[in-house]
Write a protein that binds this ligand. Sequence first.
Ligand code: HAM
Length: 417
Amino acid sequence: MFKRIPGTRDILPQEMSMWHALEQAARRIFSLYNYAEIRPPIIEEAKLFDRSLGEFAEIVQKQMFVIKHGEDTYALRPEGTASIVRAYIENNLDKAAGFFKVYYMGPMFRLERPQKGRQRQFHHIGCEAIGSSAPGIDVEVIALADALLKEMHISGYRIVLNSLGCLEDKLALTEILKKDLAAQRGDLCQECQSRFDKNILRILDCKNDACKEIVKGINIGDRYLCADCKVHFTSVKEGLDALGVVYTVSPHLVRGLDYYTRTVFEIKHDSLGAQDAIGAGGRYDNLVEELGGEKTASVGFAFGVERLLLVASEIPVVAPEKLIYIVSMGDAARYFSIILAHNLRRDGFRVDMDYEGKSLKGAMRKANDESAEVVLIVGDNELAKQSVMLKDMRVSQQREVPVANLGDELKKTFATS
Ligand code: HAM
């Protein structure tokens, strides 16, 4: 017996309507904000992620699914932003499109210790706006994330906002933290002690209680932000206020990926416990240049679909077309039914049938299990008259209908439901 790899899931047919509802809500909102879909490959050169996320980022150090093939090292993508920036540069989209707004949906892979809301294969719904440093775009992207959650009928979330500043400001913040934390370095958790030299910003959002206490004691404020980055951050906050998007500012929000500069945000849902981020994003004004393109300011976000599903209680699911089930008695009637099903499907009806020659009772039970609204019964009698017995399952009434009128009769039946 083969089993799923830990941290992966089979998304079963009965769960699919929720997935479709989320995806449809996302597509609708992305379209309203004029984002077009992009589908980069799931497998990339591993170096792309080392470069983008930072070689000391936890994802790169511990969580990448790496595949060695001869001289080459590939990785299953742990996130989408790096691939999209690669695609932007490789396809010369900077020349073709200038400002480029795209969205994406699909699986991501991180070799994490699985737990509730944390999987090794999970899915992102995200977007990237590449080509502008205007604070209005940060506002658009955060407002879009908020609109998406509202469209999905998700409530009870908090948007947490911060600015990391430009590269120089990030260095200044690093220096401030090195100075302020030096005396307590030995009291930090093991992980944070090793972060001290390589990735000190991450100490700010460590979940360990001792680290949280130590960090609470330092007054970070916005003293590391340069004048331009302060103006940018103020404009983003003013823009969100003007749109009525509710957020809180936290100087402790730093994010785990190296590419972020200026605005960063996380959307948290307290019902989720330790893994409380349902989505996150921010600016990455140097990444295009870092990966070989022109300097191009950009911003984006990604939601974790599995976490959205954990907090979504009442997504309006789009009902499928009503189902017609054909039951036939005898080989000749079954042959006739196969053609009938084919023709009805061609005319836009949703049709299934019994191919196995079940008894009338067995076939009716199957129709019931499939929630068919109409059953068409075909026997020798009907076959001779080129008609079918149309049974309306909701009222348990049946009538004989000539095949020539069947389309109209079905439409009439469904119209009265
Ligand atoms: P991220 O915070 O690493 O950001 O991932 C975004 C979201 O994916 C998280 O908030 C969470 O909901 C979900 N997620 C992450 N890891 C897992 C996991 N192991 N299992 C289940 N869900 C998970 C990014 O990936 C950035 N690329 C976002 C971005 C786009 N920034 C700018 N543009």
